[in-house]
Ligand binder design. Structure first.
Ligand code: IPD
Length: 300
């Protein structure tokens, strides 16, 4: 089942892209990442059976485990072996150390070894390995694999989005008052005002939508929108690696990805709005208009 899920992004049609002077064989990229994510999933599953020790990074709620580092390293090494010229951006610093975090036209792998690290530490089964492959600043391939729930979401540009090999589509919901909305609240070490802005946004959605939900994983939230299980998702703080795969999944499932103020989506901006339809996007932009948040960009 999982194999066929991956084959969906492998052999749909042979596609090579010219990127500056390099020809990129996207089939080869898909084949390699499928194998590597498969192995990484086994690693995540194995580690999830043990007590997860963690360390903290920027603040007391920014957790990292040895599994995050090990998976990123394994993915990076496996990809670099085949694609030494490509650019790598990753959460744990194994990737991106040499190139920084600027997105260019170059073939770029954007890797989150475990999206939902806090969930992973607590045994809450919403964590996934998320890898997006971008070319000419556009998402080309996406995999979000949650081995805990045996869910492998895959997408390839212009070739659809899939869950375990089955085609998926967004819900088609057009009305906020009938929508189920995903979001994430961040405390970090923020000033009170930033916390209040998030609460005001959440309140807007609580009052206007059917329901407001959170999984604790930006990538999983996007997968749920692509699946049609949620109708919308907004967040003001996700990093590029949290959403690099999920945005392609939503687009290929027929959904909309924009900035929460209504402009074009910018992967480095740490701002995201995903919806099933443009009508719903419009209503969410209106609901979020008074409490916009602009965090420091990922490429600064
Ligand atoms: C985090 C999760 C969380 C989101 C944060 C991310 P991590 O990623 O996706 O849901 O709200 O913005 O940083 O740290 O678990 O990989």
């Amino acid at each position: 089942m999982l194999k066929s899920a991956c084959q969906r992004i492998l052999y749909g049609f042979l596609r090579c892209h010219r990127c500056k002077s390099t020809m990129v064989n996207v089939d080869q990229c898909a084949e390699q990442i499928c194998q590597l994510v498969d192995q990484a999933g086994k690693q995540l599953l194995e580690a999830s059976k043990e007590l997860r020790k963690f360390e903290t990074k920027a603040h007391s709620r920014d957790l990292v485990t040895t599994t995050d580092g090990a998976i990123e390293k394994q993915l990076m090494q496996g990809l670099q072996l085949k694609f030494p010229q490509h650019v790598y951006i990753g959460e744990e610093g194994t990737a991106g150390a040499a190139t920084g975090r600027k997105l260019s036209d170059a073939p770029t792998w954007i890797i989150d070894p475990i999206d939902g690290t806090i969930n992973f530490v607590h045994g809450f089964p919403y964590s996934c390995i998320s890898v997006g492959f971008w070319l000419n600043q556009q998402p080309e391939l996406a995999i979000c694999y949650n081995p805990l729930l045996q869910q492998r979401f895959t997408a390839r540009r212009n070739a659809g989005a899939y869950l375990n090999g089955q085609r998926i589509r967004v819900s088609g919901q057009t009305q906020l008052q009938r929508a189920l909305i995903m979001h994430e609240l961040q405390a970090a070490n923020f000033p009170r005002e930033l916390i209040d802005r998030q609460i005001c946004n959440a309140e807007q959605m609580m009052l206007k939508a059917h329901a407001l939900r959170t999984t604790g994983s930006a990538a999983m939230n996007l997968c749920l929108v692509a699946l049609g299980a949620a109708d919308g998702y907004f967040e003001f703080f996700p990093h590029a690696w949290d959403v690099a795969a999920g945005v392609l999944l939503v687009r290929e499932a027929g959904g909309v990805i924009i900035d929460p103020a209504g402009g074009d989506f910018d992967i480095m901006s740490r701002r995201l709005l995903a919806t099933a339809t443009p009508q719903l996007a419009h209503q969410m932009v209106q609901a979020l208009a008074n409490w916009q948040i602009y965090e420091q960009r990922d490429d600064v």
